[in-house]
Design a protein around this ligand. Structure first.
Ligand code: PLP
Length: 477
């Protein structure tokens, strides 16, 4: 049932090239932090005698919150313009997962009627159901889909925007005066246009999905009501006696770098992140398109992003892929050694799966290759031997074998139509482009769609020698 159950499958049989795209493990963003500049700037050194106390600031409601982290959080929100921080309490947690449970505890223990119903509109982030049911609390009860919820009495609605798993921009749907917890894990400019400053009673954010540092386990809540903030802190005190100071110090250093990077376009983390997710989405859409009508991906409207100062689309951290045939997509992909979260876990049906878009480059690339071969959908594109699930390499070998002999013959053949120099130029340019494309796919997980290739060709059309050569090429080839 739980999010990490698939870990067992991937680690138990090391010989199988299993791709695990079930968890949202945002390691794709690691490249940015490995750049020479960032490598140096984000080093944190903590002497053995420092940070030994449980306490950070005994006068603060959240007594284990490091003051520098609070300042870094406010500065980042102010720079991005995605959330109001004034007149709010910042509660830091061991990831926003812990804060979500703290908020459920706070709101339900302050409510007179118990148990409180917990709902979220389908498809929802599956962990909410797990968090609301696991300890079988008498304070609250998971009631499932917010759209069909009609039980009288108080309730808490979880609103995730952009939504995990389907990336849609969301508002509450029950609207009967209940409490709402807003989870803004993905309301950052690399994933979605920042259209306005969010301003709600309880807003959750996670360091994991902003910068990609899921391992630091840092999240924060912006809370208006002091009583709710105090109850959340009470929960965190009983649950883990606060939050690691080492993690807070590291998060502070990285958040400060993020904020600084916003002011230098060439260093901007959010520009980088946006390009990264966008190119993955373009590759995935291209592959889905190649499989005919087999799969569908959601479409997202364009909106003006106040941070980037231009119109852009949403590029969610997960892809919500639908199988258009009456099939269990999770099982179909499991046969291809691809693990992902099935739609049923998110309150939906088996035709859907949630795919992590922020995993390692190689995994993402292999996933695309395997998707192309589902049920022979790619049979006319590339023929794969059934026995070899490592399709990426086989794919390249087949293509090379199939297409490399004819250019060789063509090059060595003398004819009166194409000058030899043109043939050689074309052959070298082709080899170079294939090599560059192969490197991009292998090392960066980026797959060129036909459009950039077209643009590269057309971009040279005004060049001095281009027209004659192009004319010659298109006349004879
Ligand atoms: C919507 C949403 N909220 C919260 C989390 C958990 O974040 P954290 O790593 O801070 O616990 C996730 C992680 O995938 C998420 O997708």
């Amino acid at each position: 049932m739980f999010g990490f159950e698939n870990m067992k499958i991937s680690s138990s049989d090391a010989t199988k090239p299993v791709i695990n795209l079930d968890q949202g493990d945002p390691t794709a963003l690691q490249e940015y932090w490995m750049s020479t500049k960032m490598k140096e700037r984000c080093v944190v050194v903590i002497p053995g005698w420092e940070l030994m106390s449980y306490f950070s600031d005994k006068t603060n409601v959240c007594w284990f919150l490091q003051q520098d982290l609070a300042e870094a959080i406010k500065a980042l929100h102010c720079e991005i313009g995605n959330a109001a921080t004034e007149e709010r309490y910042i509660v830091v947690g061991n990831g926003s997962s812990q804060l979500c449970q703290a908020a459920l505890f706070a709101l339900s223990s302050l409510s007179e009627d118990k148990p409180l119903s917990i709902v979220a509109a389908v498809p929802y982030y599956s962990t909410y159901e797990e968090e609301a049911s696991y300890v079988q609390s008498q304070l609250y009860k998971w009631e499932g889909d917010a759209r069909t919820f009609n039980k009288p009495g108080p309730y808490i609605e979880m609103v995730t925007s952009p939504n995990n798993p389907d990336g849609t921009i969301r508002e509450p749907v029950v609207n009967r005066g209940g409490k709402v917890i807003y989870d803004f894990a993905y309301y950052w400019p690399h994933y979605t246009p920042i259209t306005h400053r969010q301003d709600h009673d309880i807003m959750l954010f996670t360091f994991s999905k902003i910068a990609g540092h899921a391992g630091s386990r840092i999240g924060w809540a912006l809370v208006k009501d002091i009583e709710v903030a105090k109850k959340m802190v009470q929960y965190l005190t009983i649950n883990s006696i606060g939050v690691s100071k080492e993690s807070q110090i590291r998060a502070t250093a990285i958040l400060n770098e993020l904020t600084k990077s916003c002011r230098i376009k060439s260093e901007s983390f959010f520009e980088y992140g946006n390009e990264k997710v966008k190119s993955r989405w373009e590759s995935l859409r291209w592959v889905v398109d190649k499989t005919g009508d087999k799969f569908t991906l959601p479409e997202y409207a364009q909106a003006v992003c106040n941070f980037f100062g231009k119109s852009s689309s949403t590029y969610p951290a997960f892809a919500w892929l639908r199988c258009n045939e009456d099939k269990d997509l999770e099982i179909l992909l499991k046969e291809k050694y691809v693990l992902k979260r099935g739609g049923e876990r998110c309150g939906c049906d088996k035709k859907y799966i949630r795919v992590d878009m922020l995993g390692p480059n190689k995994d993402f690339q292999n996933f695309l290759n395997r998707l192309l071969t589902i049920n022979g959908s790619a049979a006319s594109f590339v023929k794969m031997p059934k026995s070899d699930p490592n399709l990426c390499q086989t794919h390249n070998c087949n293509l090379l074998h199939k297409y490399f002999t004819s250019p060789q013959q063509w090059l060595s053949r003398k004819d009166s139509t194409s000058p030899r120099t043109l043939k050689r130029l074309a052959a070298q340019a082709t080899i170079y482009s294939i090599w560059a494309e192969r490197n991009k796919r292998l090392h960066e997980g980026v797959m060129a769609t036909p459009e950039p290739v077209r643009d590269v060709i057309l971009g040279r059309r005004n060049g001095k020698n281009f027209m004659n050569l192009m004319f010659c090429w298109s006349r004879h080839e």
